[in-house]
Ligand binder design. Sequence first.
Ligand SMILES: NC(=O)C1=CN([C@@H]2O[C@H](COP(=O)(O)OP(=O)(O)OC[C@H]3O[C@@H](n4cnc5c(N)ncnc54)[C@H](OP(=O)(O)O)[C@@H]3O)[C@@H](O)[C@H]2O)C=CC1
Ligand SMILES: CC(=O)N[C@@H](CCC(=O)OP(=O)(O)O)C(=O)O
Length: 337
Amino acid sequence: MQNKSKINVGVVGATGYTGLELVKMLIKHPFFHLTYIANSEGGTTINKLHPSLNGVCEDVVQKADIDTMALTCKLVFLALPHKTAMAYVKPLLEKGVKVVDLSADYRLPQDIYEAFYCPHTDAKNLEHVVYGLPELNREAIKSAKLVANPGCFPTSAILGLLPFMDKRIENTPIIIDAKTGVSGAGKKLSEVTHFVNVNDNLFAYNPLLHRHAPEIADKLNVSFDEVSFVPHLVPVNRGMISSIYIQVSGDFDALDVVKEFYKNDVHVRVSASPVDMKNVAGTNFCDIYAQRKGKMLFISSSIDNLMRGASSQAVVNANLMMGFDETTAIPDIAYVP
Ligand SMILES: NC(=O)C1=CN([C@@H]2O[C@H](COP(=O)(O)OP(=O)(O)OC[C@H]3O[C@@H](n4cnc5c(N)ncnc54)[C@H](OP(=O)(O)O)[C@@H]3O)[C@@H](O)[C@H]2O)C=CC1
Ligand SMILES: CC(=O)N[C@@H](CCC(=O)OP(=O)(O)O)C(=O)O
């Protein structure tokens, strides 16, 4: 499958939820040609894995193989579990293939990663990896060979907090109360995400010690102790809201600060009222609202965990890495109602 005018790309981990979202964007991309789709076993087609693609895309899904990826692709998206991804990154980079990794494997310095995940087997590539939050690292992403796509909670929390970090009173807590849809847990079955446990229910999990707290702290240049992060599972398929509380000083209008900070960022929208999940569902938008009362600042930040929290942000990163406009093939119409 050759297409001389387009750049050949691949998706590994196509069985999963983020893999599906990647495929949906890449088959419509005007400058990328999706030449390689893989999962762990192969021997199937993408529409058999995801019947929503019947008649739209029925391409073969291969058993993931690094040599074939390197022969077929200039850039590969890894939509794989943590720990699995790093085994692919090292050989792919050695063979000259660019990588956007959706897992957590390259998001953190080695010591922090190992404290929250597992031993790192590819520390060398941590030296040059770029954290793929375009609003933070756009220029570096353009020349990156390896981009670590941010976690979903860190994306919503960091985007909400960035405009206010220079206004925050030092050493006061950063409190992030976040809610996520169940697709954030991936496709694998588990007791926690069982319908009967999630439906009609609401609960916190991993309070204060969730592995995304160190990612948020590291990217905001604050200590782990300053970040109090509590995620909750809510009975929706997709969506994420972070309700953030910090103490600030100085004379400023909260919404004006957000507007000014993101005036050149097409994928952040400032909202005059508290944000919701539906208005960003299926898009790469992060909607942000802020309200101040004296020292207390409330920030409300909403994303689609599968899109801005994973796959559409990954395609934005790939667009930048390959010299295209970052909005290319990125959905901007939300699934409303
Ligand atoms: N879901 C979300 O909202 C977000 C997810 N992420 C991250 O993105 C990555 C993918 O997430 P998600 O799509 O939800 O996960 P899923 O569990 O839904 O999908 C991952 C898929 O990877 C495939 N896979 C596993 N091992 C291998 C292997 N060795 N080689 C090839 N394929 C393999 C599996 O399919 P099979 O067994 O059929 O091969 C599995 O379905 C994860 O690292 C996740 O943490 C990041 C941000 C948000
Ligand atoms: C509901 C649910 O379980 N969500 C996941 C976050 C998924 C994600 O975006 O982050 P990673 O890429 O770091 O896995 C969790 O809390 O671990």
